[in-house]
Design a protein around this ligand. Structure first.
Ligand code: AMP
Ligand code: MN
Ligand code: MN
Ligand code: MN
Length: 287
């Protein structure tokens, strides 16, 4: 079986490893096909490509776009994107500009709760200064002793109703799907089990996403409990969406390791069906 992991992060966004280190770890874990999907930035793809060619890993250029839809934040993964496409590049640059302004507001909010200097601290924790996110704030809060670990930092701070959480308007679902499609890519709903939607809103989302030209949904992800796999496999089938598999790997000590998840249920139609990049892995060795 091919090991295909279509969701992971490098330090170009909120991962801990460089793009080349992510690829090396994927190769060591037996991953054949890897998509690097940093939040709102594609700056790691060139280095990942060089490392993937050297390691014999098939790299799929990807991105994970932050979206606001009906008052909630969603993540839309773009796969097989052209990272140099001007419409996609401009859209992502706009989101990153919004992150800087949001980061300052998060810092102000934490300062009001007696924790000054958080934006500067998070900024120092980020390798890519355009991509400061909540994970960088969480790492700084842990380093300063305000929380014992990342998970607690998110529980006490940075989440709705807690210090450091500010509302933010990301891009629209329609724009994210359009940018991905304009660049030749496929749009996939990331970790659907993480959103606090009731069944009606979830169905509305799947219908809207399909109508905008979205094609896939993550079924097997590090964010889903195994008991959720069947539900999202069934929803994919019911809504005519292809199924994806990705760990959402961020760092060696956080969450699921690259490539370490079960296969898609057999009745799923995989997002990678028909991708020419996979052909080398299927060629038979000469008899
Ligand atoms: P941002 O895009 O800046 O809002 O940050 C979102 C990122 O924060 C996600 O991609 C995760 O990496 C991380 N994250 C969100 N919620 C949690 C949580 N409860 N525990 C650990 N990491 C989280
Ligand atoms: Mn993240
Ligand atoms: Mn995500
Ligand atoms: Mn992710």
């Amino acid at each position: 079986m091919l090991n295909i992991d279509l969701h992971c992060h490098s330090n170009v966004s909120d991962g801990m490893l460089s793009p080349a280190e992510v690829v090396a770890r994927a190769a060591a874990n037996g991953v054949h096909v890897l998509a690097l999907t940093d939040h709102d930035d594609v700056a790691g793809l060139d280095a990942a490509r060089v490392a993937a060619d050297a390691a014999g890993v098939t790299l799929i250029p990807g991105v994970e776009i932050s979206v606001s839809w009906r008052g909630q934040t969603l993540h839309i993964v773009g796969l097989r994107i052209d990272s140099s496409h001007p419409e996609l590049a401009a859209g992502l640059a706009g989101i990153r500009a919004g992150r800087i302004e949001r980061g300052r507001r998060m810092g102000d909010d934490l300062a009001k709760s007696g924790i000054p200097g958080a934006y500067e601290g998070a900024y120092d924790c980020a390798v890519n200064k355009q991509m400061v996110g909540r994970t960088h704030f969480a790492r700084w809060l842990v380093a300063q002793g305000h929380a014992p670990d990342i998970r607690s930092a998110f529980r006490r701070f940075l989440t709705r109703g807690n210090p450091g959480y500010v509302e933010h308007e990301w891009t629209s679902l329609e724009s994210a799907v359009n940018w991905i499609r304009a660049s030749g890519g496929m749009a996939v709903i990331a970790h659907p089990g993480r959103y606090a939607f009731n069944a009606r809103d979830l169905h509305l989302l799947l219908d809207a996403f399909r109508a905008f030209g979205g094609e896939g949904i993550e079924v097997i992800t590090g964010s889903h409990h195994p008991s959720e796999y069947g539900k999202f496999a069934d929803l994919a089938r019911a809504f005519g969406l292809k199924a994806s598999r990705g760990t959402d790997f961020h760092a060696p000590a956080e969450g699921v390791d690259i490539g370490r998840l079960p296969a898609l249920p057999h009745y799923c139609r995989p997002v990678w069906q028909g991708w020419p990049e996979l052909a080398p892995h299927f060629s038979l060795s000469p008899a």
